[in-house]
Design a protein around this ligand. Structure first.
Ligand code: FA5
Length: 339
């Protein structure tokens, strides 16, 4: 029996030294230790061993099991180390290689215009304020001298949520909110989203305006025109063509509209500017004394001017964008050109 055990250990160790694959190792494991494995069968033979020999044979069996198991473990570790080394070699990163470079994004043209105009206005002493996009009929219209059922409401095709709540159709709504809480003199600007039921190459149902309001003593049209000229020149460059036209808004008297040369045809006339060569950019005017009074400001002592830039068109002009819709499509190819 002792010889059989010794032979089995030697034979198994020779077999183990020859294996080239982990699966061979498992086969040998089953062949030796399985239910009908060779060592298992020798162990079963213990019952026929005379009692006085049992301790010696039992110890030899245990020793054989231990030494084969240790050999298997050593070989297993050798295989695993080889597999790991191969994997590490495959996944090796050469940190001395030059990097692929990080793709940088760019500000959306409208965000960029908001930043530029805000910087210009802050440098002129304006404070920046915000107002709600879902607005009451009162602030959007009535406090701006546009009573219910007045024909001038047709100038802005608005989205009503109910009879008294509207998606702000103009940032002018913040004028009333600010006049209510501020004491003159003050100068505020308000960038924000606005909504109207309009859609073509220069009109979008959601667009952005930039409202400005100055209230002080002796504010005049000359102040408004000179401030707007400085702002436009700082924004578009000294040689941009600017045109002031008389206009009408219920909340300013007199009122003007300001146009600049079309980004698409540079003044020649095209479909973007509907053949005029110019694009309407903003409305402005001297605050109607009625608006000052509605909002609690003494119109005999104070006067004011206000302006409302269309930021989408400003962005179109600055970036030579021919259709307003490009700015709302979220097309990465378009946005990449804004870098
Ligand atoms: C107004 O909204 C006035 N609240 C502006 C104002 C403010 C006048 C203060 C006087 C004093 P208007 O409807 O013209 O005015 O719009 C102003 C600018 O917003 C336009 O010149 C244009 O550039 C832009 N705009 C108007 N509607 C749209 C639209 N649907 N899509 C894109 N831009 C628009």
């Amino acid at each position: 029996m002792l010889n059989k055990i010794r032979d089995l250990v030697e034979k198994t160790k020779i077999e183990l030294d020859k294996i080239i694959d982990l699966s061979d190792l498992n086969e040998i494991r089953v062949k030796i230790f399985g239910k009908t494995g060779e060592l298992t069968n020798l162990s079963k033979g213990m019952r026929d061993v005379p009692v006085e020999d049992k301790p010696k044979i039992g110890a030899a069996l245990n020793e054989a099991r231990k030494s084969i198991e240790e050999k298997i473990k050593t070989i297993e570790e050798k295989f695993e180390a080889a597999i790991l080394a191969k994997k590490l070699e495959k996944e090796k990163v050469d940190i001395t290689q030059p990097s692929k470079g990080i793709e940088m994004g760019a500000l959306h043209p409208i965000s960029s215009v908001i930043d530029k105009l805000t910087d210009i206005c802050v440098s002129m002493g304006f404070s920046v304020v915000e107002g709600p996009e879902v607005e009451s009929d009162y602030y959007n219209f009535e406090a701006m001298n546009i009573p219910k059922n007045h024909p001038s409401r047709d100038m802005q095709d608005s989205f009503f949520i109910d009879e008294n709540i509207v998606l702000r159709s103009q940032t002018s709504a913040v004028q009333a909110r600010e006049m209510e809480v501020r004491k003159p003199p003050f100068k505020i600007v308000c960038p924000g989203k606005t909504y109207r039921n309009e859609s073509d190459s220069t009109h979008s149902p959601i667009f952005h305006q930039f409202e400005g309001l100055v209230v002080d003593e002796n504010v005049s049209m000359a102040d408004l025109k000179s401030m707007l000229t400085i702002m436009m020149r700082r924004l578009f460059g000294q040689d941009t063509e600017i045109r002031f036209r008389p206009s009408f808004f219920p909340f300013t008297e007199p009122s003007i509209e300001v146009d600049v040369s079309c980004p698409n045809c540079h003044g020649k006339g095209c479909s973007t500017c509907k053949g005029t060569g110019m694009l309407e950019l903003l409305g402005a005017g001297i605050v109607n004394p009625k608006v000052l009074e509605i909002n609690g400001i003494d119109s005999k002592k104070y006067s004011g001017f206000a302006f409302g830039f269309g930021l989408d068109r400003t962005a179109m002009i600055l970036n030579s964008i021919s259709n307003i819709r490009y700015m709302y499509r979220n097309d990465i190819r378009f946005l990449k050109q804004m870098k």
